[in-house]
Structure formats: structure tokens, C-alpha cells
Design a protein around this ligand. Sequence first.
Ligand SMILES: [Zn+2]
Length: 88
Amino acid sequence: MTRMVMPDSACRQIEVEGPTGRRYTTGRNGTFTVTNPTHERRLREIGAFPANVGGTPTMSGYRCTACSFSAFFTTCGRCGATCERETS
Ligand SMILES: [Zn+2]
């Protein structure tokens, strides 16, 4: 099961064609859940992408200037020092 986001945020519905096809409609937060792996692959081809719930360390975050801890906030969660936005 994957939470997906429409390729275009203005798009509220997306349809998968074929014998197992069905129509997906986005919820209030602009995402929809796909349980069929074939549909997920098809939707990725169209341009939909997995919703990033909770974020990942690879996203643009912050890096502690004191201990190099990867943080999501400007204050380090490990030592409390100030973090700078990661540019890579
Ligand atoms: Zn730190």
C-alpha cells in the first residue's frame, strides 16, 4: 500500500485503464492510497509519485554545526546547537 500524490496538484482524479482499472480520487490533503502494485506502476508512469509522509534524511534539512547531526529543525536534536540548512 502506497500513498501517492497526483502529478498535478490541481488534478483531483486519476484513472487506471484496463481490466483491473479503477478511478482514484485524492483526499483532502491531495494524496490517495494505492493498494494494487500494477496500478502504482501505471500511476508512476503518468507522473504520480509517492507521498513523503514524515520526511526522509535525504530531503533538504539542517545539519548541526557542532556535531554534524542531521536535523529537521534549526536547533540540533542531539546537542541543542544551531543547525544550518543543508545545501546538497
Ligand atoms: Zn548537534
